[in-house]
Design a protein around this ligand. Structure first.
Ligand SMILES: [Zn+2]
Length: 480
């Protein structure tokens, strides 16, 4: 079954805010998912090194397009994922664009004790749970001990940065649109110590400045978790107290900081990416409310960071779905009233015609003339309109969920073509992010979408596909 067939049955999320601010009737939302880990093998059906279902990446991209999310900026968070992202750009030209960088949780490669070569295929020797194969899950894990302060190997570090520079310079004209993911994550110190993270971030920021000096100014895709002070300090150390030498814009994605932190970053000219992790609590939603429209970008961060029923952001989806249902009911009621009025008018017209014909017949009989063919059928009585079927509101129908799924969702064990996989977030859910943000801000979805689109294009460029041949050549260079 095609995904289109599956989507047909379920109502789309509304394009009006819960408080009823209408969006343009012809408006079709358009989205750019600025942070999607599409190179993660989970989108090929691989979970912790086991193939659990067929590769359904095409379906993921198709569902994304169906909701209007036509551009995907695929996160490169290690050498492998950065290269895999470039391969996806080739597979989905004009849809997939990429970033390249070393995520703070992948920064242990800068340390002496890290054994594997930093460019090694992550599939080769996963941890026992296969975690290394996947992009690190979003959020702290209190069960894991913090990594000890590592000994950064400066020679290794120089090689990593040189290799990253080569990867960026070898990438084609417009497939790679940003450097990163890079930054700091003090919530997940079990992957890499804070001191090594700071080293890796500072070195990558140096590379950003150096590339800009060589005529390759790129925007930044940044990660900042529970580390605001150090994060801002390292940015200012490299680009000046007002980030005045930052070559192009930068977005701090998956923002979960405080209002004060958001304001400081926005005042420094940075953009903030909002996904499900930014919508978990009442406080998170207050922060989203404080993010200015001209600083907002939207993302899913799939396969992570979906909006869940336990999250505060979910309540805005429920309100929006209720509003959409009420609107649909209103329209149905209006249609029914119009149909009834039309039926009554037709009935009255038929009665009038029958009466006129009967009167004529009486008059003709009185004068001795007859008129053939004017006698109404059924003894002058027009047929009754069909009885209205009573609406059955309390039947045994399956109850519609509070927030309808646009696409069918199944467990990975019960995978089927065209369905989403439960717990694996994907770019088509970006409409939920926009809907929740619109609800929180009391705006129409259209306003949120258009602002985010404009901000994204301003920072990352127009995301138009220009040079397929150059991309292929570049990928050949990387792999040979
Ligand atoms: Zn991140």
């Amino acid at each position: 079954m095609s995904s289109a067939a599956i989507s047909a049955g379920s109502p789309a999320l509304p394009t009006a805010s819960p408080d009823g601010v209408p969006s343009g009737s012809d408006y079709k939302p358009r989205y750019i998912d600025i942070g999607i880990n599409l190179a993660d093998p989970i989108f090929r059906g691989r979970y912790h090194r086991k193939q659990r279902h067929p590769d359904d990446l095409e379906g993921v991209v198709q569902r994304s397009r169906e909701v209007g999310c036509t551009k995907l900026i695929v996160t490169g968070s290690s050498f492998k994922s950065s290269r895999d992202a470039l391969k996806l750009a080739e597979q989905f030209p004009g849809t997939v664009f990429t970033t390249a960088g070393i995520h703070p949780c992948s920064s242990a490669i800068f340390e002496r004790k890290h054994k594997r070569h930093h460019e090694a295929d992550d599939n080769a020797s996963d941890g026992e749970d296969g975690a290394a194969e996947h992009t690190p899950a979003c959020g702290p894990d209190p069960t894991k001990a913090h990594a000890e302060d590592g000994d950064v190997d400066l020679a290794k570090s120089a090689q990593i940065i040189a290799d990253l520079r080569t990867l960026v310079l070898a990438s084609p004209g417009n497939a790679l649109v940003a450097l990163g993911e890079m930054g700091l994550d003090y919530d997940r110190l079990h992957y890499c110590s804070a001191s090594t993270q700071r080293h890796a971030f500072a070195e990558q920021l140096k590379l950003v400045a150096s590339l800009a000096g060589k005529g390759k100014p790129l925007p930044l895709f940044l990660h900042s978790r529970a580390c605001h002070g150090d994060f801002v300090r390292l940015m200012k150390d490299q680009f000046g107290p007002r980030l005045e030498t930052l070559p192009r814009g930068a977005v701090v994605h998956s923002f979960t900081g405080s209002i004060a932190e958001a304001e400081e970053l926005m005042d420094l000219g940075l953009y903030l990416g909002v996904n499900g992790c930014s919508l978990k609590t009442v406080e998170n939603c207050e922060v989203v409310k404080a993010i200015r429209l001209d600083r907002l970008m939207l993302e899913t961060d799939g396969p992570w960071c979906e909006v869940r029923p336990t999250h505060e952001g979910w309540s805005y989806l429920v309100k929006a779905a209720d509003a959409a249902r009420a609107k649909a009911q209103e329209a149905a009621d209006a249609r029914q009233a119009a149909d009834e009025a039309a039926r009554e008018a037709a009935h009255a017209a038929r009665e009038a015609a029958a009466k006129e014909a009967a009167e004529k017949a009486v008059a003709a009989a009185a004068t001795g003339t007859t008129t053939i063919g004017t006698e109404p059928a059924g003894n002058g009585r027009p047929p009754r309109p069909p009885r209205q079927k009573k609406q059955n509101n309390n039947s045994n129908q399956k109850k519609e969920p509070a927030v309808p799924d646009r696409f069918k969702v199944v467990k990975k064990e019960k995978w089927e073509q065209g369905a989403m996989v439960k717990g694996r977030n994907e770019p088509c859910t970006i409409e939920r992010i926009a809907t929740a943000v619109a609800g929180i801000k009391g705006l129409a979805v259209e306003e949120v979408c258009e602002a985010a689109w404009a901000n994204t294009v301003k920072v990352f460029g127009s995301l138009e596909w220009r040079d397929r041949a150059a991309l292929q050549k570049s990928i050949d260079n990387i792999y040979t």
